[in-house]
Design a binder for this molecule. Structure first.
Ligand SMILES: CC(C)(COP(=O)(O)OP(=O)(O)OC[C@H]1O[C@@H](n2cnc3c(N)ncnc32)[C@H](O)[C@@H]1OP(=O)(O)O)[C@@H](O)C(=O)NCCC(=O)NCCS
Length: 325
């Protein structure tokens, strides 16, 4: 009997680190406010010329090496991102070309922060149709290009970075027990980028400010908790696992207060929750795969752990995955 398993993980972020103290010099904010309200101390911000595929390829190479899979053996590359190198071709196709993954199909998933778990969900279903496939799932962003550095309510929150996982079917390994996704397009106006699509195309009168992230933070906060709890319960039910059996949580890294409230709702101590928001901020689709990879590297995940991952983002979208480590 073969199960869908995680074969390897990787992650990568720009070298350039911007601290809260750096931000104090360019906008009316303080390290104290940012740490207290969000838990963020620093974030990685791409330098001019650095692009999505640089970090997607680096994380993919690590994940492939750990999986023992050659790029040429990949059948599918799914990139959860809204900040690929180009509007067209897709980020997955850019990665395919650089890796030389010639027999793979490449596609992007546009689900904002939920992109990586959406990608896992697609990979899970492909593998249920054909267990011989090898699939690379990537999630991450160069989101800094969409930040208004004059807007302290959004600029301090986000950072750049990408993570990846290779998924396949095996008789043993880190088993993917369930992946669930959800969305509500009626709430799209709570978190959006107005310009560059067909509604507000780039014309000669285009206002660059229309490419910046707009967010109603307080409202997002409430929806984030409710939907991450609901989708997690659905994923646990489908995995046949009770909340009591969950031993590790890898949550979306958008705000430490959201993470703490989630832990409280799940009645779990923070020692069982992986947190790296202090060093990355919110990397959108990157938060889950970067945290996942760091949790693996730090041996925070131990054999036998039941791991719950849950995420929330623009769309609105949300998702959860349950893995037996
Ligand atoms: C964005 C967020 C951190 C704001 O925290 P908050 O406690 O709701 O803060 P508010 O927006 O109510 O602002 C409180 C005050 O701080 C000020 N403020 C906002 N950003 C600030 C900053 N960077 N530095 C200093 N002060 C700031 C506001 O102007 C406001 O001042 P006022 O009371 O004088 O008007 C929080 O709402 C959040 O994390 N929301 C969810 C975000 C999320 O999950 N997004 C991603 C989904 S992918």
């Amino acid at each position: 009997m073969k199960y869908n398993v995680i074969l390897g993980t990787g992650s990568s972020a720009p070298e350039n680190v911007v601290t809260n103290h750096d931000l104090e010099k360019i906008m009316d904010t303080s390290d104290e406010w940012i740490v207290q309200r969000t838990g963020i101390k620093s974030r990685h911000i791409a330098r001019p010329g650095e692009k999505f595929s640089d970090f997607a390829v680096a994380s993919a190479r690590t994940a492939l090496e750990r999986a023992g899979i050659a790029a040429s053996d990949l059948d599918l590359i799914i990139a959860g991102t809204m900040t690929a190198d180009y509007i067209m071709p897709s980020g997955a196709c850019s990665v395919q070309a650089i890796l030389g993954a010639d027999k793979a199909t490449g596609m992007d998933v546009c689900a904002a922060c939920s992109g990586f778990i959406y990608g896992l969900s697609i990979a899970d279903k492909y593998l249920k149709c054909d267990p011989d496939l090898h699939i690379l799932v990537i999630g991450g962003e160069i989101v800094s290009h969409h930040l208004d550095w004059d807007d302290r309510t959004t600029a301090v929150l986000f950072g750049d970075g990408v993570g990846a996982a290779v998924v396949g079917a095996r008789s043993e390994g880190h088993r993917l027990l369930a992946v669930e996704t959800g969305s509500n397009g009626n709430l799209g106006s709570l978190l959006y980028i107005q310009g560059g699509g067909s509604a507000t195309p780039i014309t000669k009168d285009f206002d660059i400010k229309d490419t910046y992230i707009q967010m109603k933070g307080r409202e997002i906060f409430k929806h984030a908790i409710k939907n991450m709890v609901d989708i997690s319960n659905r994923a646990l039910k489908n995995a046949g696992v009770s909340l009591d059996q969950v031993t590790k949580i890898i949550p979306h890294q958008a705000n430490i207060r959201i993470i703490e409230m989630l832990a409280h709702q799940f009645k779990k101590p923070m020692s069982e929750v992986f947190v790296n928001i202090d060093r990355y901020g919110n990397t959108s689709a990157g938060t889950i795969p970067i945290a996942f990879n760091e949790a693996v590297e730090a041996e925070f995940l131990q054999p036998g752990d039941i791991v719950l991952m849950t995420v929330f983002g623009g769309g609105l979208t949300w998702a959860a995955a349950v893995i037996e480590w």
